[in-house]
Design a protein around this ligand. Structure first.
Ligand code: FAD
Ligand code: MG
Length: 349
């Protein structure tokens, strides 16, 4: 049986789009919420301010980022770079340039576990689309040859990007939602907002504290439970929490799950023993790239990497229902699901 969980959500989203794009409601005098379907996912904003225009401005910015960076739109800047692969460099906005540069930084830091040139493999597998299938080994080998972040040519002066080989393709699906969350926060802050929470398809960004001065309480998704069921709660003030997991987009054949986080070395969905990896830090672009990367790296290498990075914490959930926390998050994590066990402080497995 082939089961594409995302299909139903996509249909719901299309229906939602057909009815009305932006639902803006003033829940109380000062709480504004907005829901939107953007970047292939649901976006919600909760802002504590009487001014509705700030939310509209923020949503407009997110839409702009989607139009620049979507690999699904041939006319986006990423689409143009991919269309010119093997031919020419493409001059782009500082937005897209910065995101690509940051993506390549995290590729280096993770020795290629995070790789934005993953596009040919993403397209081959088609996970989350109605063309999802298991490719042949030959097809995987052919696509794998095109995946290598070290080949991307950045020209800072020209602000241009070139993919040197025909068939190469950038895919910023593992990082651009993080950039969008950072931008949302920047705009809200610049407009005098001191309390807000933004959720871009599971990328959570908090601004300040809750209006009552307490930390935001964020549920960490139970990777095996229904949506909005949690393994535990973390407390955040002015921070972001981003989770990568095998439950977001996948199909199953013969009881085996094929999900959307691909191992750039094997060409197959990553099987590292993790069900999910959550990164907690200040910048969502860092959290997004690192959550995808450590999901590929697995518990030991992922833990080692995160513990070496100041200001970055992580929650790993392994496929034997164990939770591993970095030292800096232990005091801020409350286990709520007794099916899981918090195993350690990150030192011993
Ligand atoms: P993450 O772990 O953060 O990222 C996984 C995604 O990153 C994969 O889906 C793949 O795209 C890429 N990836 C996989 N393996 C690696 C790797 N090893 N290194 C680096 N990257 C990897 N989806 C739609 O269905 N329709 C759309 O129109 C659409 N438009 C989008 C526009 C933008 C600008 C962005 C950023 C995403 C868009 N998406 C769209 C993609 C969709 O929202 C993805 O499911 C999402 O980005 C994946 O995020 P995640 O948090 O689930 O997983
Ligand atoms: Mg990511």
């Amino acid at each position: 049986m082939v089961y594409v969980r995302f299909g139903a959500r996509l249909l719901a989203a299309v229906l939602m789009l057909a009815v009305s794009y932006l639902v803006l409601t003033a829940c109380s005098q000062s709480e504004q919420t907005a829901e939107e379907y953007l970047m292939g996912t649901y976006v919600t904003l909760k802002v504590y301010s009487p001014q509705a225009a700030v939310i509209e401005k923020t949503v407009e910015r997110l839409r702009e980022i989607e139009n620049l960076m979507s690999a699904n739109l041939p006319e986006s800047e990423v689409g143009l770079i991919n269309g010119a692969a093997g031919k020419s460099a493409v001059k782009i906005s500082s937005d897209t340039f910065n995101v690509i540069e940051t993506a390549l930084y995290y590729s280096q830091l993770t020795n290629g576990a995070f790789d934005p040139t993953i596009g040919p493999l993403v397209n081959l597998w088609g996970i989350g689309t109605d063309k999802a299938r298991i490719p042949s080994n030959k097809e995987i080998e052919r696509s794998l040859r095109l995946v290598d972040y070290r080949t991307v040519i950045l020209d800072k002066e020209q602000q241009s990007v070139k993919l040197p080989y025909a068939g190469q393709a950038l895919d910023l699906g593992g990082i651009a939602k993080g950039y969008a969350a950072d931008e949302a926060k920047r705009i809200l802050k610049a407009n005098g907002i001191t309390s807000a929470i933004v959720n871009i398809g599971g990328n959570i960004m908090t601004l300040g504290t809750r209006p009552d001065g307490n930390p935001w309480r964020i549920g960490v998704q139970d990777p095996l439970g229904p949506r909005n069921s949690y393994i535990g709660i973390i407390q955040l003030i002015d921070e972001t929490a981003v989770t990568s997991g095998n439950y977001e987009r996948y199909f199953e054949i013969g009881g085996k799950r094929y999900h959307h986080i691909l191992n750039p070395f094997t060409g197959y969905p990553s099987r590292s023993g993790l069900l999910s990896a959550t990164i907690i830090t200040k910048r969502s672009i860092a959290a997004d790239a690192l959550s995808t990367a450590v999901y590929v790296l697995g518990l030991d290498r992922g833990m080692e990497l995160v513990e070496s990075l100041p200001g970055i914490e992580a929650i790993f959930v392994t496929d034997d229902f164990k939770i591993y926390l970095t030292k800096g998050i232990i005091q801020r994590f409350d286990l709520t699901n007794p099916e899981y066990k918090v195993e350690n402080s990150g030192q011993n497995k």
